[in-house]
Design a protein around this ligand. Sequence first.
Ligand code: NAD
Length: 318
Amino acid sequence: MIKDKKIVVTGGAGFIGSNIVHDIYEGNEVTVIDDLSTGNLENIIGLVEKESIKQVKGSITDLKLLQETFSDADFVLHQAAIPSVPRSIKNPIATNKANIDGTLNVLVAARDCNVEKVVFASSSSVYGDTPTLPKIENMCPSPLSPYAITKLCGENYCRIFYEIYGLRTTSLRYFNVYGPMQNPKSEYAAVVPKFISSTIRGNPIEIYGDGEQTRDFTFVEDVVNANLLSCVSKKSDGKILNIAGGKRISINELALKIMKILGKEVEIIYRERREGDVKDSLADISLAKNLIDYAPSYSFDKGLDKAIEYFKKTNFEL
Ligand SMILES: NC(=O)c1ccc[n+]([C@@H]2O[C@H](COP(=O)([O-])OP(=O)(O)OC[C@H]3O[C@@H](n4cnc5c(N)ncnc54)[C@H](O)[C@@H]3O)[C@@H](O)[C@H]2O)c1
């Protein structure tokens, strides 16, 4: 879809960032900037060693480094963040620094370097626990955690940079992304790899709350596609779009599906509901369909099969 462009992926060693990098490196000049705080160099090391991509180890809190890295860049796909609700509750200042200061730096550097477009990884968590489903972009946000506040703030910065400075931006509100290269040890949105890992090892599956909470799971390739579609769409400039699978599945249902596919039953242990967790989540994805022609190409069952295949094959430490 995108060829002969210089593209910077912030957080490119992480789960979503590395999936983007693997998709775009052929035919483009790709640079990853990542401080490796939650990401895994293993995800991209093959491409770095073959010099198929350039890797910059550093933080998005370093404005000067961003200005150097973004020079001549056409697109910045901004995925870097401390992506965890629990971690943001434990250490809101660190989350604020990486996610708000970092995002502001990304936008300033992109503006200064005349970047064509910035796509920002936002999150469905900005909706909070409002009961109305599906979630539509024009609903009043109601963040429940410092993490969600940082994403809401990032979206507003993106919109303002478009309106004031003419820097083209789109914010994508990802809904529970899953797929290859996801870290089963990360605390946020990692319920899919965690359950797969537990089942493969024969360990109990831990569920926070009664398991009847629902999520709109999104296969990572659909998120990659949404980033690329946003780069080439002028209609999405200055906009916020839901990116999701468009169907909700309960956590209990997820656990049963994983055990069925793996042909193995493990014990389910229910733990206390976690602070900051929302009850139900489902996206209306019609705006993304209208503005960037987004449509998920993976049903949940198809995506889950692919994710399980990956975790069974890989040496990734489960
Ligand atoms: N995974 C999901 O379900 C989900 C849902 C909604 C939004 N998001 C957002 O998508 C983005 C990618 O998430 P992910 O799941 O791939 O997480 P991840 O932890 O795998 O990736 C984040 C990457 O950012 C890097 N990073 C963190 N702080 C940095 C800093 N200060 N400077 C440079 N790099 C830094 C990390 O090392 C990591 O490689 C994040 O912005 C996250 O908030 C993810």
